[in-house]
Design a binder for this molecule. Structure first.
Ligand code: GPU
Length: 832
């Protein structure tokens, strides 16, 4: 049997035991054993899930060998460690990814075959851990993959939500949410560390007293104590021995739980309190870039941050190190402001638990944290009502007041009387109600602050974080996002992976810049043919899924024009709808016109409480219903809304894209990462100069990118001059026709009120400038159509596009974080 483990260790006979061996026979034996000894089944009665579990445990054994070796080495050699703090990890299914990173996909496929099993069929039904909303959570997952692949010691900390992002169904064109009970069949990828747990306090009050030495002390008497239990998932790098830890916290009632009420016979209230404790890690908040100022959300944030920091301090002290050196052992990256309470919590732990003085505690704290900002949208900047905050975290409120007092003293001298600036920098907002500004806490408490694309990082310095930039310019950096080529190419698109590797070898999987080597093949007609054949096959496969899921026929020869991401007004899915209706009207007026057949594919979830986003989904489906069934159109354009967009579905959609729609209002999308995955898979981008689109266009060349719309500067200018969407509407007959048509009830069974909220907001406000960009978008789409007619030229563009995407690997992003922020080094792990 071959050995797919590219590290040279796999052939040692010592490793060829049934729990570590990577050969086909050993794998086969392991699967059979697990079916018997783990699942308690034999082939005649085993279910699909039993086999899935049997394989998963076989793979897990092999992961554990590398995990134990990694942890051992990190402890013995006392390396510096990155702690990535994130409220979300959108991991996607584990099995296939682990097979790829272990280098045993083929072997496992063969082992399954010999057992009469179809590996792809087993993988198909794996439930994914949807512990995130969208880009932010997925970025965390890509970064965990790259950290391990680059052999960097790292721990990802987060929350083990019992229910992840809701499952989306579409009924009568509307989004309907269902709960995501992802743990119902068990989770073979995690290990519960019952012994690793911490007590987390909530509410109550703070006692102040003088100790025997006359020192002022603080004693937080909580109203509620919750236990956080660690659940670990190994994250293996690609063809290396490094397996890092993703440590997610589950909330439980403490052991000694409410004994008093129990003894007093109040069983109900004891059970009730248990439920309150378990509630904290119960469910992921399904809002993307919209804060929900709920007590439970603040409790979630504090819960996982406190567990994580206590865990890090424990690790540090158990290695025999001094608390004073904490910042040398750990660097803590804040994934947005969700974990920013960590700044106050580390102060509390250092002072109230480890008895440090303020100055030293602050010195350590402000050398520990670094903060990544992911949005410029003002409504996404987290604030907490001060009263609410104080009732959940009374000690932290005191600490934040004191941090702020000292900071404002400093700022008052530095900024000499500029009261407006000082109050904008203050950690506390004034008004009818006071509030805590988490971004300000993050900025003050961190030694580095970064945006997620070049444009975004520049705009941060000019807008939302301007005052911070002027006060502390040295903290500001850019780290353009990236995506892992393992999941998004090797796993999602093995056909394209093989084609690429057949010409330039496999080096690009770890060093994406090597894709450059494909450029000469754009001139090779045979290669172009194979390239387009792979694309066609992926489109056929997606068409089959669409047929199965929606009963809708789509033609794989048509252009697959794809817009998949969270539904949000700033992302402008409704601008795409305006284009579709415009095209529809053109064909209706001239049914014999020569039109390039197109399939418009949408997917994405709307936050359950975001009415306009839900209305956008209804609009897409309503327009689809008319367009798809109109005999004049005769199938030349089709509109598809693919339900329940998640990692699993994304892996099927990206490889089938001809066109990638990245059409946010310039200045609003911090980076985007779907733009990278689609482009890497050979789709050409139609986009605004927003987020990472700017850098993608720079890399692939302007001749391979369909640019439209206002720039971020122009958007700001148009707005400052008093934007009037109505003028665009009344002066552009095609635009007017489209809007009037929606308002007439043409797409809604003559009910003219359904979409009024949406059309009114466009006509009278249009915050995101759809009307201002409309004509430019339509004109650009005509160019896309022209380009697609010349398939040979399109193939050339598509190849060059992929060949020039080397920059957008998350390996590159993580390298930059390591070198420029974290100052950590690779530690190759050896298996003994
Ligand atoms: N992003 Br803030 C989210 O997905 N959720 C959030 O709550 C916030 C940001 C996204 C940005 O919208 C996207 O542009 C970016 O690529 C991604 O974070 C990762 O940085």
């Amino acid at each position: 049997a071959t050995n797919g483990n590219g590290n040279g260790n796999g052939h040692s006979p010592y490793l060829e035991d049934s729990r570590t061996g990577l050969g086909v026979d050993t794998l086969k034996r392991a699967i059979r054993n697990n079916l018997f000894y783990v699942q308690g089944k034999f082939p005649e009665i085993a279910t699909r899930n039993d086999y899935y579990m049997a394989i998963a445990y076989a793979v897990r054994d092999r992961l554990l060998q590398r995990w134990v070796a990694s942890v051992k080495q990190y402890i013995q050699e006392k390396h510096r460690v990155v702690a990535y703090l994130s409220a979300e990890y959108l991991l996607g299914p584990h099995l296939a990814n682990n097979l790829i990173n272990l280098g045993i996909y083929k072997e496992t496929e063969q082992a399954c075959k010999e057992l009469g099993l179809d590996l792809d069929w087993l993988i198909e039904k794996e439930v994914e851990p949807g512990l995130g909303n969208g880009g932010l959570g997925r970025l965390a997952a890509c970064y965990m993959d790259s950290l391990a692949t680059l052999e960097v010691p790292a721990i990802g900390y987060g929350i083990r939500y019992q229910f992840g992002i809701f499952e989306q169904d579409i009924r009568d064109g509307w989004q309907v949410e269902d709960t995501d009970n992802w743990l119902r069949r068990g989770n073979p990828w995690e290990i519960a560390r019952r012994e690793l747990s911490y007590d987390i306090k909530f509410g109550g009050y703070v006692q102040t007293y003088l100790d025997r030495a006359g020192k002022l002390c603080f004693n937080w008497i909580p109203e509620l104590v919750v236990k956080g239990v660690a659940y670990d998932t190994p994250i293996l790098g690609y063809k290396v021995n490094t397996a890092n830890t993703l440590r997610l916290w589950k909330s439980e009632a403490p052991h000694s739980f409410d004994f008093q009420s129990f003894n007093a016979g109040d069983y109900n209230s004891a059970v009730n309190s248990k439920i309150i404790c378990e509630n904290i890690s119960k469910v992921l908040y399904p809002n993307d870039e919209q804060i929900e100022g709920k007590r439970l959300r603040l409790q979630q944030q504090y819960f996982f941050v406190s567990c994580s920091l206590q865990d890090m301090i424990g690790i540090h002290l158990r290695q025999g190190e001094k608390i004073h050196d904490f910042h040398k052992k750990f660097v803590v990256q804040l994934n947005d402001t969700h974990p920013a309470i960590g700044v106050a919590e580390l102060m509390r732990l250092l002072m109230d638990v480890h008895q440090l003085e303020w100055e030293e505690a602050w010195d350590i704290t402000s050398k520990t944290f670094a903060y990544t900002n992911h949005t410029l949208l003002p409504e996404a900047l987290e604030t907490w009502d001060l009263q609410l905050f104080g009732s959940v975290l009374p000690r932290h409120l005191q600490l934040i007041y004191e941090i702020n007092r000292r900071f404002v003293d400093y700022a008052t001298i530095k900024l000499y009387g500029n009261h407006q600036k000082i109050s904008s920098l203050s950690l506390i907002g004034e008004g009818p109600r006071k509030y805590i500004k988490m971004a300000n806490l993050a900025c003050l408490g961190s030694f580095a602050i970064n945006g997620v694309a070049a444009l975004h990082s520049e705009l941060l310095k000019k807008t939302v974080l301007k005052d911070w930039y002027e006060l502390m310019p040295h903290k500001f950096q850019n780290k353009t996002n990236g995506v892992t080529p393992r999941r998004w190419m090797v796993l999602a698109n093995p056909e394209l992976t093989n084609l690429i590797s057949s010409r330039i070898g496999e080096g690009w999987i770890k060093n994406l810049h090597e894709l450059k080597g494909l450029e000469p093949f754009a001139d090779d007609p045979e290669f172009r043919k194979e390239w387009m054949q792979v694309k066609f096959n992926k489109k056929k496969a997606l068409a089959k899924r669409i047929k199965k899921r929606l009963g809708l026929d789509v033609d794989p020869n048509s252009m697959f024009d794809i817009l998949v991401k969270r539904i949000h007004e700033y992302k402008r899915q409704h601008l795409k709808v305006l284009h579709i209706i415009t095209l529809y009207n053109q064909i209706k007026k001239n049914p014999n016109m020569d039109v390039v057949p197109r399939t418009f594919i949408f997917a994405g979830k709307a936050a359950p409480g975001y009415r306009k986003a839900k209305l956008m989904i209804k609009l897409i489906n309503s327009v689809g219903e008319i367009v798809n069934n109109d005999p004049d159109i005769n199938g030349r354009i089709k509109v598809v809304f693919y339900p329940n967009y998640n990692v699993t579905n994304a892996q099927k959609i990206y490889p089938a894209a001809d066109v990638s729609e990245q059409i946010s209002t310039a200045g609003k999308e911090a980076s985007g990462t779907g733009n990278m995955k689609l482009s890497l898979n050979g789709a050409l981008t139609v986009g605004t100069l927003d987020g990472a689109n700017v850098e993608i266009r720079e890399c692939v060349g302007e001749e391979n990118f369909f640019l439209f719309g206002l720039t971020a500067d122009e958007v700001a200018k148009v707005k400052s001059e008093g934007y009037k969407p109505w003028d665009y509407y009344s002066e552009n007959p095609n635009l007017k026709e489209v809007i009037d048509q929606i308002n007439s009830g043409y797409f809604s069974h003559l009910d003219s009120k359904v979409f009024k909220e949406l059309t009114d907001s466009l006509l009278y406000d249009d915050q995101y400038l759809l009307f201002a960009d409309y004509q430019s978008y339509i004109d650009t789409q005509a160019k896309v159509e022209e380009a697609f007619k010349d398939q040979d030229k399109w193939a050339r563009m598509s190849i060059l596009n992929t060949a020039r995407m080397g920059k957008f690997s998350s390996d590159r992003s993580i390298r930059e974080y390591c070198d420029e922020i974290w100052k950590v080094e690779s530690v190759p792990v050896t298996l003994d």
